[in-house]
Design a protein around this ligand. Sequence first.
Ligand SMILES: [Fe+2]
Length: 459
Amino acid sequence: MDRRKFLKISGFGVGGAIVTGLGVNMFGGFGSKENYYLQGNYAPVKELVTETRLEVVGNIPKNLNGLFLRNGPNPMSPPDAKKYHWFSGEGMLHGVRLDSGNALWYKNRLVSGNDSTANTSVISHADKIYAIVEAGNFPVEIDKEMNSLETKPFYGNRNEGFTAHPKLDVNTGEMHAMCYDYANNFNSINYVVIDKDGNHKSTQEIEFPSKSMLHECAITENYMLVFDLAVTFSFYKLGRGYFPFSWNDNHQSRIGLLNRHNGSKKIKWFEIDPAYFFHTVNAYEDTNGNVVVDAANYDRLFDTDWNGPFTESPPQLTRWKLNVQSGVSKKSRLDDRSVEFPRIHPDLSGKYNQFGYLLASANASTPDFSSIVKYDFNNDSSTAYEFGQGHMGAEPVFVPSENPTSEDEGYLLSFVYNQADDISDLIILNAQDLNSGPLARIKLPQRVPYGFHGNWITL
Ligand SMILES: [Fe+2]
């Protein structure tokens, strides 16, 4: 596919990752007196709130019956501001329960149980809910009232860490993950499969001496994708108590394909230009058998700025097409905007997706999370919903309608922070018509700090 251009706006976005298993503070505030990630709406909230009287502007779709949950860091005691890393706070869930057109409650609850560091995402699989994180820390089971449980994850038959970004095999219902734990295993990673009933099915250890930061993986019909990119483990930073990963000019970025049907441990590698991305929009095999990967790519980060990913290069929608036959990869930038937190229709994981939904920013140096962008990859076009002056959004979670007739028939749910009032709403957009604005705006009793990932859980 040739280079495409969507609307051109500069800006920025964010990724989420955590490596708390290494026992260090990350995202240090190197050389700075103040930590950007403890200020404004990054700052933690202290109250654990349950509120059943929620004002709603507009109409909540009556077929949205379930729980919207989102995870993120929320340090409950004052951290060392110089060394605090945005990714290292205790996990806090924010949830809104919807039923038959009503907003029944809002709650925020700390993730506790087995591991309070499970702060990066929250997923539902085989009727269980888990708060999850990467780098050696355990998933924590969450009940439908948002309490953390003491149960062992995956029915107790996988007692190792997991990942923040498992991928669903929509053909089998299995959950596939690439897991790393460099604190305990420095030379390999684990390819883990959880079956459709929520039991651990298999773990395949794969030699992986790169020690690169594996926040993300991807799945296609025939492959698991391994992203061995230009951010690698740093003893230098670890020794100084900082986030122990660094941009590495000496590390060859590459995307690997692992055949997931023949049990092979041999990865077919495609070398690419220096790159790092936290998040893919999706990956899939095209009609010619090429593997296509779309991701929010950073040209450089964690190099001069030890505090985070925001100042060195904006994440931009980038496509790699891997020719499995020739071994050649082709890179194209799809958009100049700054975008992050991509979501798609959940049933299209690993399959061609026409639409992608991302959080965009219009400010390159300090991300303002000012809009949601909907990309149409069939028509090389995009539309955007601007939250409005002083309003900042979050990851837009796509929830398909019941029995949809098109891929984008459904809703986008996002927390939106109102800076003037220092409070947040949950908004529900019609994904087919962003310009008409929210179908419903559910007013919350407190602000929801910027966080990472969430999901809609049908109940
Ligand atoms: Fe993430």
